[in-house]
Ligand binder design. Structure first.
Ligand SMILES: C[S@@+](CC[C@H](N)C(=O)[O-])C[C@H]1O[C@@H](n2cnc3c(N)ncnc32)[C@H](O)[C@@H]1O
Length: 300
């Protein structure tokens, strides 16, 4: 969604931009080109391989960009408060990550059950699958995978791992396929399980919660935040964040009781109230983009 991101962030010369999920550098290159000759970009990614690839791809812009390996949840530690004109978060995993069998992200590639975006982190998917309690596995599969058979699958994983630890993507994918055989053209039954485990291993929703707060802190007034999500739980979080910060009041506690509202200045407004979706041509050329949703807000 490069054109849509550029339309949202409106890069300009002298503008300062942050790409919190720089990946292999596609969006970052477009932002740097559009903010020529003097726009500046800070890019981060949890994945060291992505940072190395982005460094090579952005070689022509090396004097006006800075890249570092890290979680966008920590953006406010590296970028000054109120200093940016635009922040992009393009969530999830990239095609190069999915395509590398050794990273263990894909059930279609035989590899270790790893799934760490940052390989310096100790916790892997194998650790979770082999050590988490059955209750914890049900919660992961249900809340992050929206998997209707969460209980049955978690019980089967626990039974299987007693017999032999689950160490590879193929072992887990085979187990799921045996329990929930593929019918017709439906997505592979392992899709939701793998996505749920990946989101748990990388604490993706926790990072997003902290990342949204950090992004708002580093934006200038009238700066824009663009977030591309691929999952309804992520999209819900972004929508809630926007809703909570566009209000002209706060409330103490978990429930919004009108009598207990405290007036405050709204912090953001939506650039468009509805999410922007990729056009048909993009979905045809990149089927993985079909569930993408772009939301854009502007800081007051
Ligand atoms: C969809 S890809 C981004 C692709 C990128 N926009 C491009 O044009 O190449 C998502 C990237 O975000 C990274 N990522 C996901 N969550 C992250 C986080 N919390 N902090 C930093 N990077 C993250 C992943 O490692 C992956 O490289």
């Amino acid at each position: 969604m490069v054109a849509e991101v550029l339309a949202a962030l409106r890069p300009k010369p002298d503008g300062q931009y942050v790409d919190g999920t720089v990946g292999w550098g596609g969006h970052a290159a477009a932002i740097l080109a559009a903010s020529s000759p003097s726009g500046w970009l800070f890019g981060c990614d949890r994945d060291g391989a992505a940072i190395r690839a982005a460094r090579a791809r952005l070689k022509d812009y090396e004097d006006r960009c800075e890249l570092r390996q890290g979680n966008f949840a920590d953006l406010a530690e590296w970028v000054g408060p109120g200093s940016c004109d635009g922040v992009l978060l393009d969530l999830g995993v990239s095609s190069p990550q999915l395509d590398q069998a050794a990273r263990g992200f894909s059930f279609q590639q035989a590899g270790p059950l790893d799934m760490r975006m940052d390989t310096r982190q100790p916790l892997t998917a194998a650790d979770l699958v082999n050590a988490a309690s059955e209750k914890e596995l049900v919660k992961i599969l249900w809340e992050l995978g929206e998997e209707k058979g969460a209980r049955r699958l978690a019980a089967a994983i626990v039974k299987e791992r007693v017999r032999r630890p689950l160490e590879t993507t193929a072992q887990l994918a085979d187990l799921i396929e045996r329990l929930a055989p593929r019918r017709g053209q439906r997505a592979h039954p392992a899709t939701r399980v793998f996505r749920a485990l990946r989101m748990a291993v990388n604490d993706e929703l926790g990072s997003l919660r902290r990342g949204l707060v950090a992004a708002l802190a580093i934006l200038k007034p009238a700066g824009r935040l663009a977030v591309i999500t691929f999952h309804s739980a992520e999209d819900r979080l972004v929508k809630e964040f926007g809703r909570n910060h566009e209000r002209a009041y706060t409330y103490a506690g978990a429930v919004d009781v009108p009598e207990l509202r405290q007036p405050c200045a709204p912090q953001v407004k939506w650039v468009k109230r509805k999410a922007i979706q990729p056009d048909a041509a993009e979905v045809a050329s990149n089927p993985r983009s079909r569930s993408a949703q772009l939301r854009v807000m502007e800081k007051f």
